[in-house]
Design a protein around this ligand. Structure first.
Ligand code: TPP
Ligand code: SF4
Ligand code: SF4
Ligand code: SF4
Length: 944
């Protein structure tokens, strides 16, 4: 074996040797050049059989690379007269980041003992297709009994991971113990589940793998809601400690635990400790940061250090970390530590009602009553862990995506996975992450039905519909409705509805609502309220709402925000950060063009929240039409999208040829109307769709025996859909567009082809943690620009405008949603390359995310971000192609910039440099404003 698995094999071999087994391992440290001599020298003459492990797959080869080298080396050894000739088998391990544990190593050694071991095997997956995998016992462990193994369940950005890293540092540096930590995240950008695997102990730790099921001495759950959907206690070992953050008291908590959790606690005889960490944090001025509280609990009860020493170490670490921020912060943290110890309780057995009897009740029996130890009649648990996805979800979602959502994807057998790697769309709707503590509540009496809240929602959670009153039959009692105020829909009803289980609580919608109730200060037409009491009711309302029809896009003028927001989004519930500034733009594109859209997505945040397993937010409408999406690479996305366009154009051209050739077999009027169709409007597109449907029906009914005609009909049938206008979108971030994919982007802009390029400009590489790109403006702090970026932002829009044939728009939804909508419509309508550069606020900016849209407004008011549209069509009409849509800057740049940590940081660390860069940044703004004014006044010329 070589590489990452070697340590695990070595220490398992040592363990097995200590237990009398005759096993060993050769670690290959230098692979090339492969030294036959050294290898043979390392093999003992007694060796009977060898399993060669490769962490790679060489399809079509006789075996994997190291296996082939070993077989060849032994053969050469034989030629050189070395007499050993062991039996050699080869196996793959650790592919797709699969775990490789001592249990798996033992299975490999066990296989070698067989009379007829598998010649080629896999370990760590359940391959029920080729049956090459070896079985192993996951309970096998080689960890030293003095090593304490701990698991922590947290929610991305709740501080759990940071606190654990700190614990490792404290224990590793300040005590004689060894420490180790692994951190496992799911694929969401934030709001994700994190599992920290920590080991501590007096002996060196050689365990480069995660803690296995049933092996943890200590399990902490920092989010109570996880219990309802995740098997948090699967890691706990009998007699272990379970620490739970909960709002319930010792007396109350038991009945609020799902039955499966109760069973685990009883069967494994776990010690249950509880703390109301959020309350302790609030009361001690720590706000929502529960990390110090939970860390203190861990130190107090895990037994790794004596309690007094542990608390002293925490306080020492607090002093070291926070003294720079002043004594007030240090004392605040000390108070949190002391208050934690006062509020941390072990739940006594007497509070675990009817504990012995309950242990015998099978899971699934509930709702009845039972006498507890004090003779009181108490209700048996009514809660059960819910399935990861609804039982109404399609089978593939239940059987394959469900286990992935529950964190058990590695256990899926190979036969369950799609054979060609394609996954269905529309799957994010089944996740129901229930992240929001508070959700918006609509006040229909004061709502002006403007659609602004719907437009900004990054997660497509808040939606509005206009419908006939007859549709209200069967509506839940709490379903809210009011008269619609749309001139296109007289006498109709209107509802604004949110999906309570998909809302992330970002509050962007609340901030966007322009209506303030004059009678009630602080009350708007939507307002935040706690989610738990509303959840069931709003879930029913949402389900009813989903069944109401969407309006026909052909029946409305799409250029008004309120109309556009009646359209169905075909991008929903993504795992982007709560309040993300990128996703509202993508959602808007799908509302306008989603049923005929093809998307080429660059790598970046948008490819992660867009197409990472287990689910995808890209979805389809009731007719089954939705965007076709694919992600190629970071560097080639523009060309990838251009390829889609060229292919479509070629297919359409061929379809037209075939159509003309088949005229004699078809209705001539139909053929002509398809070939001459005007598809510049939604009405025109829908009419073409109907004609193409008719054409396909005709073609399916045609009986022709003549072979040329038969093949034309067959080909035309397969290409007919390309006769309906398609919209190609090339989407990515600024790292892609300004930097790594710029060469390709420029090539595509120059191609003249009809593609729409959407640049989600966060001004940094957001997905990889905020590295500077050429879009990062002067003065902003980013990774690789730690002292504030010294050079100005590249003007991508200006470069594109230089062609004269490219539609270019610079937009910021939070500053001017109407201009954004206009730009999207114009870009798509333009028969050539279009480039929309969209300002996207981001967690990387260090802002209060709920104020993201307001920050966009400030960006425009200060001139930091200009709004404009450059439309080559206007030049053809003799008009100015460049329209500046923002006003001359009025807001001092500081009032935008110093709202953001990325600018404030420099002010704090190096005020004089911050001042210098701020001055230069202001000069950049002034120069750009003057330059654009000049451009907008130049005599128009046609370049096309
Ligand atoms: C050629 C290449 N280099 C680096 C990466 C790693 N990588 C993935 S996403 C990303 C950053 C993307 O930044 P940006 O394009 O600005 O999009 P954002 O994440 O901000 O939406 C990087 C560097 C990669 N995938 N390919
Ligand atoms: S709070 Fe955020 S996620 Fe929830 S509906 Fe409003 S904008 Fe959407
Ligand atoms: S933003 Fe406010 S007024 Fe406008 S639709 Fe939403 S709730 Fe109604
Ligand atoms: S763009 Fe920023 S806010 Fe949006 S998902 Fe990426 S990191 Fe999060």
């Amino acid at each position: 074996v070589m590489g990452s698995g070697a340590e695990t094999v070595e220490y398992t071999a040592r363990y097995l040797q200590e237990h009398g087994e005759k096993v060993g391992v050769v670690k290959v440290r230098l692979y090339r050049p492969f030294s036959v001599q050294q290898f043979l020298h390392a093999l003992p003459s007694t060796v009977k059989s060898i399993a060669v492990l490769d962490r790679t797959k060489a399809p079509g080869s006789v075996g994997e690379p190291l296996y082939l080298d070993v077989v060849a080396a032994l053969s050469e050894g034989h030629n050189r007269g070395i007499s050993i000739s062991p039996h050699v088998i080869g196996g793959r391990y650790g592919l797709s980041s699969k775990e490789f544990t001592p249990a798996m190593v033992k299975a490999v050694y066990d296989e070698l003992k067989q009379d007829h071991p598998k010649e080629h095997f896999t370990i760590g997956i359940n391959d029920d297709v080729t049956h090459s995998s070896l079985n192993y016992d996951p309970a096998f462990s080689i960890e030293h009994s003095a090593t304490v193994q701990c698991i922590f369940w947290g929610l991305g950005s709740d501080g759990t991971v940071g606190a654990n890293k700190n614990s490792i540092k404290i224990i590793g540096e300040e005590t004689a113990n060894y420490a180790q930590g692994y951190f496992v995240y799911d694929s969401k950008k934030s709001g994700s589940v994190t599992i920290s695997h920590l080991r501590f102990g007096p002996h060196q730790i050689h365990a480069p793998y995660l803690i296995g099921p049933g092996q943890a001495d200590f399990v902490a759950c920092h989010q109570f809601t996880f219990l309802e959907r995740l098997d948090v206690l699967k890691y706990a070992k009998p007699g272990g400690i379970f620490l739970l953050d909960t709002i319930y008291t010792s007396e109350e908590v038991w009945t609020h635990l799902p039955q499966e959790v109760q069973h685990d606690i009883i069967e494994k005889k776990l010690h249950l400790y509880i703390i109301n960490a959020h309350k302790v944090a609030q009361d001690t001025g720590m706000g929502g940061r529960i990390n110090t509280v939970m860390q203190t609990c861990f130190f107090a009860i895990s037994g790794i250090l004596p309690r007094e020493e542990a608390i002293a170490q925490i306080k020492k670490s607090i002093k070291k970390t926070y003294s720079k921020r002043g004594e007030v912060v240090v004392q605040q943290n000390f108070r949190a530590v002391d208050a934690t110890l006062e509020h941390l309780h072990e739940v006594p057995e007497s509070a675990m009602m009817g504990i012995e009897t309950l242990a015998n009740i099978p899971v699934g029996v509930n709702g009845s009553t039972q006498r507890n130890g004090h003779g009181r009649s108490i209700p048996l648990p009514v809660l059960q862990r819910r399935a990861p996805v609804s039982l109404e979800a399609p089978m593939f979602v239940r059987d394959v995506l469900g286990p992935m959502i529950a964190g058990n994807g590695d256990d899926l057998p190979v036969s369950k996975l799609p054979i060609d790697g394609t996954y269905p769309s529309g799957t994010a709707q089944w996740e129901k992450r229930n992240l929001a503590l508070e959700i918006p509540v609509w006040d229909p009496d004061i709502c002006i039905q403007c659609g602004k809240c719907v437009m900004v929602c990054p997660h497509s959670v808040i939606r509005m519909k206009v419908y006939d009153s007859t549709e209200l039959t069967g509506a839940p009692e709490t379903f809210q409705t009011t008269d619609a105020h749309f001139k296109e829909f007289p006498g109709m009803k209107y509802t604004l509805q949110i999906s309570p289980e998909d809302c992330t609580g970002c509050a962007l919608c609340i901030e966007a609502c322009p209506v303030k109730d004059k009678r009630q200060v602080g009350h708007k037409a939507i307002n935040m309220a706690p989610q738990p009491p509303l959840r069931e009711q709003e879930k029913d309302n949402w389900e009813f709402f989903l069944k109401l029809p969407y309006v026909d896009p052909a029946a409305i003028n799409l250029s008004a925000i309120k109309n556009s927001q009646l359209l169905e989004p075909l991008f929903e519930f993504s795992g982007a950060c709560s309040g993300c500034g990128e996703t509202p733009y993508i959602k808007l594109a799908t509302q306008l063009f989603g049923d005929r859209m093809l998307v080429a997505n660059a790598t970046g945040c948008s490819s992660i929240y867009g197409g990472n397993l287990p689910t995808t937010p890209w979805t389809k409408n009731a007719e089954g039409r939705g965007p076709a999406w694919s992600n190629s690479l970071f560097e080639d996305n523009a060309e990838f999208g251009l390829g889609m366009r060229v292919t479509l154009d070629k297919q359409q051209e061929y379809a037209c040829e075939l159509l003309a050739q088949c005229t004699n077999l078809l209705n001539e009027d139909l053929v002509d109307s398809i070939l001459d169709a005007d598809q510049s409007t939604e009405i025109g597109i829908q009419a073409q769709r109907e004609r193409v449907a008719l054409l396909k029906k005709h073609l399916q009914g045609l009986k022709t025996t003549e072979s040329t005609a038969e093949s034309r009909v067959r080909n035309l049938l397969s290409l007919a859909d390309t006769l309906v206008k398609k919209s190609v979108w090339i989407i990515g971030g600024d790292g892609w567009a300004y930097d790594i994919g710029f060469g390709g982007l420029d090539h595509v802009l120059a191609s003249g082809r009809n593609v729409n390029i959407l640049v989600l400009d966060t001004e940094v590489y957001s997905n990889t943690g905020g590295q500077a790109s050429k879009s990062t403006p002067r003065g902003a702090v980013a990774k690789f620009a730690a002292r504030g970026k010294a050079t100005p932002k590249k003007d991508l829009g200006l470069l594109a405008m230089a062609y004269g044939t490219v539609y270019v728009a610079h937009v910021a939804m939070g500053a001017n949603d109407q201009q954004t909508l206009k730009a999207f419509l114009e870009a798509e309508a333009y028969d050539g390359p279009s480039l929309i550069i969209a300002y996207s606020h981001c967690i990387a900016h260090g802002i209060e995310m709920r104020r993201g849209m307001d920050q966009q407004k400030r960006a425009v008011q200060s001139g930091y971000w200009q709004l404009y549209r450059y439309n080559p069509l206007l030049a053809e009409e003799g008009k100015h192609p460049l329209m500046i849509d923002s006003k001359e800057p009025t807001l001092p740049l500081e009032e935008f910039a110093y709202n953001e940590t990325r600018y404030r940081m420099l002010l704090q660390s190096d005020e004089s440099r911050a001042d210098t860069l701020m001055q230069l940044a202001k000069d950049d703004i002034r120069r750009r404003w003057e330059q654009y004014q000049q451009l907008a006044q130049e005599e128009p010329h046609t370049s096309k």
